[in-house]
Design a protein around this ligand. Sequence first.
Ligand code: AMP
Length: 485
Amino acid sequence: MGTDIIAKLKQHGAVPGRVWLQDAVTYVDLLADTGRVANALADLGLAKGDRLLLQVEKCEAVLTIYLACLRLGVVFLPVNPGYTVPETAHFLTDASPALAVTDPARVAGLAALGARVMALPDLLALAGEQAASFADPSHGPDDLAAVLYTSGTTGRSKGVMLSRENLASNAETLVALWRFTAGDVLLHVLPVFHTHGLFVATNCVLWAGASMIFQRSFSPGQVLEALPRASVLMGVPTFYTRLLADPRLDRSATTHIRLFISGSAPLSPATHAEWRDRTGHAILERYGMTETNMITSNPYDGDRRAGTVGMPLPGVEVRVTAGDGTVLPQGEAGAIEVRGPNVFHGYWKLPEKTAEEFRNGWFITGDMGAFDPDGYLSILGRGKDLVITGGLNVYPAEVEAALDDLPGVAESAVIGVPHPDFGEAVVACVVGRIDPEAVRLALRDRLAAFKIPKRVLVLDALPRNAMGKVQKAELRKAHAGMFTG
Ligand code: AMP
């Protein structure tokens, strides 16, 4: 491995005055704070390879603890603070962390599950008594850095084992591609228990020695207030649609920003176009997942194509196959597979599941997609979301794009619902002011008959998780009996 994340921390930590968090923390402070937390964790008996579970509301200390774990070689295991105590039980039994750190209100609940628990303020108080200097043990590129659990909308959530090299190689690549420098100020409004806010955002900033405006949650008003002091915003598509709904968003509000990035869920071409009209900026869409870090990105220079996720990152190989490993000709839709230093080392304690999802060193992402003649990849949805109706494949993303183009449609999600004749029927869930029959008619000009939804449902909102991903399993469940009774 070339450089490790911690080597970068030490490099920037030697530059007096270099800012990590705007108005609050320099890299000199960060290096010292991570040293104190690493010493505190060592005092508590944690050692290389042990897991530390962290379940707290978003705060600056999450980043300090993450980096302290990297320094010590302790495996960092962040958990969504939105999970209830019973939901968190799975992570405790599965990963058997040596220590769980949580907000004071949750300590008793987690302790009742048999975990060794500490309240975040107590850990920080203990760290405050420690020396700032810490003698880092040596680490190898394949050493485990973190276990992140998948959001697990179907079945049990799986622990994704990420190595130091997985994180470092992706950070190095993205910093070069997206032109991060020490002069950048990233507006951080993403959650920090997920790969997007934790690794993509934080590691890019750290690698470049750049700084952040760190906000506890996303609110359009606060984002608009901070944009004039920031140079990069990373978001999920719902951030962009919510900002567009605010009349204060215009060109003057975004003149200081050099780059808007979107990922974690599909950004609709309509949102891409509206953003460009209102602000003059073309949002750069990229694609990745917890298991692989980032995989593709639209170009920094050159055409950022709406509805595509761009090209494979340098050093990352991407192919589209028939599902049996045969590579498909360009333009044909199939299973997206990935290989490279970004790809995880397997699912925690699930060697068989891991073996199922790899073929000859290629990770089968579970996403369907196709390359266009210029090498841009389009995501056509999760393989399990593919609708097979009357024996014909319908890719939800294609129908959703056609729906989103229609007047009155704010957003849409297309699902397959059991049907006595067709096996599955295409059903559209639409948010907006529309007449379902008029929508079906309008689609006739755009889509083959078998792709046109048999039913169009009008909903107040689509169910989404914290990363803005539409929860299609929930929609399928809610509407499962509509044709079969
Ligand atoms: P997660 O592991 O929670 O980050 O989820 C990864 C999944 O999010 C991928 O497998 C894709 O299905 C989806 N995803 C991420 N980025 C995009 C994107 N730009 N467009 C469409 N889907 C995306």
